[in-house]
Design a protein around this ligand. Structure first.
Ligand code: SDX
Length: 393
């Protein structure tokens, strides 16, 4: 029967689970982290404050936040031997491949803190991942452009530190741009969690076998890389660039996306759950307009994105299927304005999503009824058959 089989830990055979991390209403376009509307968090918080909320369940007091930041600062550097990994990657290695490899390899450096049932070890690994992911990411970028790695600076905020590791060079002072820091902080917050999406479910699935946290997050990074998931922000900007080069004819691409004989889809459009506006797209679009206006940046692909939205949202095919811009539709325009190269866009998504992955992994391990995740199937193959020896086939 294809009836729902409810397993002890709340998993049903549709792969659903119980969680208190994030609430999402796809019909109404509502997104809340631990009960707080994402709009409020995006306009009022700093990313590390939101990371604390997702991971530990409450907004931190000033003292708790100060102590959390201090602990993070102890872990921003990589073990010097980890730098040798980068020598082995080809110069044009995709940074998501580097990210998942180096994160997985963290488990070889911290073999004394891999036990998923030891709270102190898990807390230490949470701090190490949150603190090191920006460093691992920035080192991957520097490797790709042949510039020296820039060490983290603990006198800076999380976003300031990432930007200086990405863009500063030994030959001249680097000035941190507060507008870019503000835009990056907002982007990381709106990417921070999204209930049981593909990569978060992957982190839960891998973690459910009691694999260590580094291995689980490395698997989540690989799942996020896919162009139907986190890789869509990179694919979306490539699509907008293509439309620009093709004379800005958005109608042609909207028609292509409707044509079932072509595999072309509007990247950054549609969603498995949202059948209304993705609230994150609304937030990001506003932040985009604010940044481009404030810095008098005229990016033609932002105009193309807005025209594309206009045409698609007035087209029967998209209206009927309730297809709206999602989180990936405008994010790339901001990354470009900040100077982030397109191959790093999904890496930024991973840095943003890390607190959500960590929160879900911890929640799963704290569940008293946790079991290994083992979805069932509906068998549609052959019934039993007589074996035919090789010489008779
Ligand atoms: C993320 O799950 C999450 O929460 C993910 C995420 C997160 O924060 O973790 O929100 C991040 O992954 C956002 C999605 C990023 N991906 C893209 O932007 C890629 C482009 N979008 C699509 O490929 C698509 O919309 C998916 C993959 C997101 C969802 O695909 P589904 O499940 O097939 O979408 P659906 O069932 O709602 O589709 C209904 C119809 C289908 O056509 P019909 O069979 O009814 O004729 O809409 C069509 C689809 O073919 N369709 C599209 C389309 N998206 C869906 N047609 C053209 N262009 C699109 N973008």
């Amino acid at each position: 029967s294809t009836g729902l089989i409810t397993l002890d830990d709340g998993y049903v055979n549709t792969g659903s689970t119980k969680s208190s991390v994030t609430f999402l209403d796809g019909e109404k376009g509502i997104l809340r982290y631990r009960g707080y509307p994402v709009e409020k968090l995006a306009e009022s918080c700093d990313f590390i404050e939101v990371a604390y909320l997702l991971i530990y369940g409450e907004l931190p007091s000033e003292d708790q936040l100060a102590r959390f930041r201090l602990k993070l600062r102890r872990h921003t550097m990589l073990h010097e031997d980890m730098r040798l990994f980068y020598d082995g990657f080809p110069r044009d290695a995709h940074p998501m491949a580097i990210l998942s490899s180096v994160v997985g390899a963290l488990s070889t450096f911290y073999q004394d803190s891999l036990d998923p049932h030891d709270k102190a070890q898990v807390d230490e690994s949470v701090l190490r991942l949150l603190a090191k992911l920006p460093t691992i990411a920035a080192f991957a970028y520097k490797k790709s452009i042949g510039q020296p790695f820039v060490y983290p600076r603990n006198d800076l905020t999380y976003c300031e530190n990432f930007l200086q590791m990405m863009f500063s060079v030994p030959t001249e002072p680097y000035e941190i741009d507060p507008d870019f820091v503000e835009a990056l902080n907002l982007l990381l917050i709106v990417h921070a969690d999204h209930e049981q999406n593909c990569s978060t479910s992957t982190v839960r699935m891998v973690g459910s076998s009691n694999a260590n946290l580094f291995a689980s997050i490395s698997a989540g990074i690989s799942a996020l890389w896919g162009p139907l998931h986190g890789g869509a922000n990179e694919a979306c900007v490539a699509m907008l660039e293509q439309i620009r080069k093709d004379g800005g004819n958005v109608k042609k691409y909207v028609d292509m996306a409707k044509d079932k004989s072509s595999s072309f889809r509007l990247m950054g459009f549609g969603h498995r759950v949202y059948k209304n506006f993705d609230p994150r797209a609304t937030i990001i679009r506003a932040s985009c307009e604010k940044l481009l206006k404030k810095r008098s940046i005229d990016d033609p692909i932002f105009d193309i994105a807005q025209q594309l939205q206009e045409v698609a949202l007035n087209d029967e095919y998209f209206i009927e299927r309730k297809l709206y811009p999602n989180v990936d539709f405008y994010s790339g325009v901001i990354y470009r304005a900040i100077g982030i190269p397109v191959q790093m866009f999904t890496v930024l998504f991973a840095i943003g999503r890390l607190p959500g992955w960590l929160a879900h992994w911890r929640e799963m391990h704290e569940s008293p009824t946790k079991k290994i995740c083992r979805p069932r199937q509906i068998y549609v193959g052959s019934t039993e058959r007589e074996f035919v020896p090789l010489e008779k086939r």
